[in-house]
Design a protein around this ligand. Structure first.
Ligand code: RP5
Length: 157
């Protein structure tokens, strides 16, 4: 059987999905729970910069600003983002809350902070132990650069 061309409605769906997305829109959203996370998370930005991948950086806390986080995650795909990198410390809810509100791949970066329990084990478990159906790809503690490399691989796959 010869392969049929895609039906017109598929093309229309494709076009409508990308309608309104600016050609230079960021592809990766880097978010973090606090400004205090910036020294580690800017390593992800630097890696994407060196690879020529467009990104944006936002500070938003899943606990302190839950509405902002949910709106960001809900709109991310429509805005042209293709991967979210989310870093947080302590009871690190940000990656999971992002994953709960988007179908984009979310890469979580557990971070140490001054009040970490067991050197960051709190954030590592909070980021990695997601319930079935809501995945977060968890990189190692303070491994923002690895998150960026993984994001680049997802974009190239
Ligand atoms: C988390 O609490 C943040 O991601 C940060 O790692 C940690 C401490 O936040 P600050 O008290 O420095 O704002 O939500």
């Amino acid at each position: 059987m010869t392969e049929q061309p895609a039906p017109p409605e598929t093309l229309t769906e494709f076009e409508s999905e990308f309608e309104g997305v600016e050609v230079d829109a960021p592809r990766v959203g880097i978010v973090m729970g606090s400004k205090s996370d910036m020294p580690e998370m800017e390593k992800a930005a630097q890696e994407l910069e060196e690879r020529g991948i467009r990104y944006e950086v936002r500070v938003m806390s899943a606990h302190r600003e839950p509405e902002i986080v949910s709106e960001y995650a809900k709109n991310a795909h429509m805005r042209g983002l293709r991967v979210i990198i989310a870093g947080a410390g302590l009871s690190a809810a940000l990656p999971g809350v992002c994953a709960a509100h988007t179908d984009l791949p979310v890469i979580g970066v557990p971070l140490t902070s001054k009040n970490s329990a067991a050197g960051g084990l709190d954030a590592l478990l909070a980021t990695s132990q997601m319930p079935p159906g809501v995945p977060v790809a968890c990189v190692g503690l303070n491994s923002a650069r690895n998150a960026a490399i993984l994001a680049a691989r997802i974009l190239n796959s």
